[in-house]
Design a protein around this ligand. Sequence first.
Ligand SMILES: [Zn+2]
Length: 352
Amino acid sequence: MNPLEARLDYPHGDTLPPVGTTLELAPGVRWLRMALPFALDHINLWLLRDRDDDGREGWAIVDCGITNDATRAAWEQVFENELQGLPVLRVIVTHMHPDHIGLAHWLTERWGVRLWISATDWNAARMASTSTTGFGGASAAAFMVSHGLTDPAAVEKIKARSNYYASMVPQVPLRFRRLMHGDVLRIGAHDWHCHAGYGHAPEHISLHCPALGTLISGDMVLPRISTNVSVIDIEPEANPLPLYLDSIARLRPLPEDTLVLPSHGRPFRGLHERIAQLEAHHDERFADVLAACSREPQTAASLLPVLFRRPLDLHQTTFAMGESIAHLHALWLRGQLKREAGADGVFRFRAA
Ligand SMILES: [Zn+2]
């Protein structure tokens, strides 16, 4: 465990629920994990004991896993063994990324229930599942080239990945119920408050239950890795890092002993400590980027070894490029860097 992570408290230690089973974390709050075919090899999902308007008892699902046979099979095991014979009453999705919304269409159809999600993420998911966005395709490849990615093999691979999102999210439910910041959802015996977060996804919704002292943080606060905050091709001048940092700062009023349920890693206590660590992490990265750009003009690609001191596979390189651009844009748009497009069409950033 790294020294920063050691400052967080993991009340369940190293215990993980095996795929297809659940672990109770608080009354009516259950943790399950699904496998992912990436370097980040799992996602946490949640079951909340629920009751519908007609008084019918059942469960709310929070987040879904990607669409593949293994995830569907794991869900069938959960339905068989973990629901105490009760139905699923609704499917809540924190945001539009494939590991979160992938199976929403199958889950909502299988149980005849509604998807609850922010309108922005529902629209973005609908669009991404029928077209190509920052996850791959010619436009994403051209964007990476304009930020200095030159390896022809990597560029070809990004170009070829044109239905990357749709392969994990082939369908998005045609109807949804809108979640907004400040909404209070009655889920079973407890109220859960919606907290919108920006910078990672278009409009990510975290859920906080004051009575249970529990925050479903989604991808906004993770214990071990920093949340991906990327600029992608469809919004080329985006400035997502200040949005992200403002969003996590808005979680500070929640109590320090809040049990945080993240989408990746293990449930932990130490929300304020983790927010401070993430802020310090990005401050260090900003300083590194400024120092590099003061020595000589930099592209997002030339900064990769400065920002990521480890080898990256293609999946990680596309995320890393997006993050490198996000750090450059935050400094550019606050006036600390100047951006210049070279004769080669590549953006370079130098100290202002
Ligand atoms: Zn995400």
